[in-house]
Design a protein around this ligand. Sequence first.
Ligand code: GTQ
Length: 345
Amino acid sequence: METIDSIQEQRQHFYDKINPANLTPLWEVLHDVITKEPKTPCLPYLWKWSQVRQWLLEAGGIISAQEAERRVLVLENPGLRGQTRITHSLYAGMQLILPGEVAPAHRHTQSALRFIMQGQGAYTAVDGEKVTMGVGDFVITPSWTFHDHGNTSSEPMIWLDGLDVPIVELLDAQFMEGAQELSQQTHTSAAVNFAKFGNTMKPVNYQPKSKTSPMFWYPYERTRQALEELKQHSELHPCWGHKLQYTNPATGGWAMPSIATFMQLLPAGFNGQSYRSTDSTVYAIVEGAGRCCVGDMVLEFGPKDVFVCPSWMPYRLEADSDTVLFSYSDRPVQQALDLWREHMG
Ligand code: GTQ
């Protein structure tokens, strides 16, 4: 009669035999691979603005934007150290440009968003169009467009970069090249871009060039006004308060093909109900203070802090004062693949 030990031995012998031929038995790992629910290595975490800002300015003393190419401190998820990512699928970094500096022009297949945290008057140039950025503005650098950043103001400029680096890496579709010149010649400005696409109108016979929104500058002033109007006259959602998603004005779809972006307002005293969704989400606080209770953690937040909520982990939002939150996630990718789920309560 065969004993359990001898069966195990026989199996192990078999696994060892097929292993050199790059074959492995699924049944030993099936339930680690096909799990009942998302099993993300992503952990909840909050980065305090005062600390990140201080160290970023310190980095400004040891390397120039030009030498670094991009002087950025990566917000690396504690569950994903060494992987240059804030969630399993998305990247986040805090970028500093000091007065007079230039971050040289390059392009890559990764799409990027900028969310401005501090400063006024630095610019980013995207395929020859120049955007001067202010706090709370959301700016898009579409895949494979040349972009350089510069600061002609007298103050340090800091913004949050959100990129789909891990998604592009998963698909092995990375391309990158430098430009001939340090800075691009710019021939038009964000005001022209906004006139074309920023008023629920678009140029007659407009033909999209890509899946990314043709509007690449979403000024905070307009977003804030919209949220204030909703706060005065519209019903509050029990989980997310007043929440808007940024759209591509030519299609009504997401502003970026791989990254969903949102802005929401939680009125003072807001005590949100529990919510979860399959898109791990990065939040950046624009105004206000409160907390996010996620898993068994309480993340106390104030202006310009950044925090992350992992996939499918329930969380609740509370606001002590009127709070405005920018956020981004991989929701468009999940929806394109019919994967996205959410659950309230
Ligand atoms: O500004 O082009 O944070 O290429 C990481 C990679 C910013 C950028 C980052 C980049 C950029």
